[in-house]
Design a protein around this ligand. Structure first.
Ligand SMILES: Cc1cc2nc3c(=O)[nH]c(=O)nc-3n(C[C@H](O)[C@H](O)[C@H](O)COP(=O)(O)O)c2cc1C
Length: 216
């Protein structure tokens, strides 16, 4: 039975949503996981886990970050340098990428502290994470507040160079999809009847069918 939700269900109200809207948890729409890297004004590397992002593809390839906190080092360093790298990790390097969240002081070289290998990008002034299978070198394009005086901006960046591991794009061992490919953030799916907010988890993508098999 399909149910309508126009306000936060009573059963969910006692949960701590940490500033997120309750619809975030009702829908729990998976989003791709990446580590965004840049240089802070002290020259040290910054790593910022990002999950609210998608891509657009007219006259170039653009990434739209839909929720960048204005108080983050990512925001301030990109405001200064206008350059960044978006690094996509597979499951084997997730823990190290995630640990940048725990090494987030301005004075810290976040990639070194996380045990990750920083390599200078070729076309932009930002570090690239060697352990990640896909690195997108990007230049800042524009931003807009999510709504007037929001804590977050929607930020668009243009991809100017890409590096991808041949062991991923050759499709062997699942390639981009499956256990060794892209990771997705599954953010605490809620059961609006019981009020239970499940743990956040990491997902991988599995191909369902090719278009030719669907007959469309
Ligand atoms: C799985 C995951 C996804 C995240 N996605 C975002 C995001 O899309 N936008 C954001 O502003 N913060 C996001 N965060 C929080 C930042 O990664 C975190 O606050 C980080 O410490 C900010 O680093 P920075 O200050 O170096 O930029 C996410 C964290 C995790 C663990």
């Amino acid at each position: 039975m399909k149910k309508e939700f126009f306000e936060c269900p009573e059963a969910l109200k006692s949960n701590n949503f940490y500033g997120f809207d309750w619809l975030e948890f009702l829908t729990a729409i998976p989003s791709p996981l990446a580590l965004v890297t840049s240089y802070k004004s002290n020259g040290k590397s910054n790593g910022s886990m990002q999950s609210w992002l998608s891509f657009s593809s007219e006259n170039g390839f653009y990434c739209i970050f839909s929720s960048v906190h204005k108080c983050s080092h990512m925001y301030s360093s990109i405001a200064e340098t206008k350059q960044l790298v978006i690094n996509f990790m597979s499951a084997d390097s997730y823990a190290k990428c995630y640990s940048t969240v725990m090494h987030n002081s301005f004075d810290e070289d976040e990639l070194a502290s996380a045990g990750l290998t920083a390599v200078p990008a070729r076309k932009v002034n930002a570090p690239l994470v060697e352990e990640c299978f896909l690195n997108l070198e990007c230049e800042y394009a524009w931003e807009k507040e999510l709504f007037p005086n929001s804590d977050h901006v929607v930020m668009c960046v243009k991809v100017v160079n890409a590096w991808m591991d041949s062991n991923i794009y050759n499709g062997k061992n699942g390639g981009r999809y499956g256990d060794n490919g892209y990771l997705y953030n599954i953010h605490s799916p809620a059961d609006p009847d019981s009020g239970v907010l499940n743990d956040t988890s990491i997902g991988v993508v599995r191909k369902f069918k090719d278009y030719s098999e669907l007959g469309i």
